[in-house]
Design a protein around this ligand. Structure first.
Ligand SMILES: [Zn+2]
Length: 226
């Protein structure tokens, strides 16, 4: 079983390894948390939030997203170094839970980026499959244009603008192009999470299953000969 399939089941809290062979436990949120050990912080919190159902990590996840998009914005020259430093001040105050010393204009900019981080988390958390490619990301053997190959139907521009508290026009003109650049970063985190869980949980489970089957066969062989 692929991690994606199993985790999709976990989301409705009905995950079971119906293997037909006894002794293989169901996967619990604690298993997910253990499977994520060793992941870098951003993907780690994303994995906890999305797959173990731990809502308490949302704030810290959003801070990591905020920091990551700050780095990306600087790298893509969407913001100046000065504004990047403002983001750092804002982030530190957010982390410590105290009021930031920024003026209204500076705070507005950071609030927009804060909302943008939240929108990204919201986007990655949903399982809203693209209708064109049915969530596969491929349409007629090519990356699906409806979802840019992500397999997911994104919020409409109007919904996005509303989420970030901006008029659609300024969202489309100023922020949406950057938001589109941020999405692959989050999808990348998700791939890290799934890869990690695949290795740590499913490959191990499959090994257990193989051992169980192998053990059974051994027993049968012994039974026949003896
Ligand atoms: Zn699609």
């Amino acid at each position: 079983m692929r991690a994606e399939q199993a985790l999709a089941k976990l989301k409705v809290k009905t995950v079971r390894f119906d293997t037909g062979v006894g002794g293989i436990a169901d996967l619990t949120p604690e298993d997910i948390a253990a499977g994520l050990a060793g992941c870098e912080p951003g993907p780690y919190y994303l994995g906890l939030y999305k797959y173990s159902g731990d809502r308490s990590v949302l704030d810290v996840l959003e801070r990591y997203v905020f920091a990551a998009i700050g780095n990306l914005a600087l790298e893509k020259k969407v913001i100046t170094e000065e504004r990047f430093r403002l983001m750092a001040v804002y982030l530190e105050c957010w982390h410590k839970g105290k009021a930031s010393p920024l003026n209204d204009k500076q705070r507005n900019l950071c609030s927009t980026l804060h909302q943008l981080a939240r929108l990204l988390v919201d986007e990655i958390h949903r399982e809203n499959r693209c209708r064109t490619c049915k969530g596969t990301g491929l349409y007629q053997y090519r990356p699906c244009r409806g979802c840019n190959g992500s397999g997911r139907k994104e919020h409409s521009a109007r919904e996005q603008a509303k989420f970030v508290n901006l008029h659609v026009e300024s969202w489309l003109e100023k922020w949406q192009p950057f938001y589109t650049k941020c999405l692959p970063l989050l999808y990348g985190w998700e791939q890290i999470v799934l890869g990690h869980l695949q290795r740590k949980l499913y490959d191990r489970k499959e090994q257990e299953l193989a051992n169980a089957l192998y053990g059974q066969r051994e027993q049968t062989a012994t039974g026949t000969s003896g």
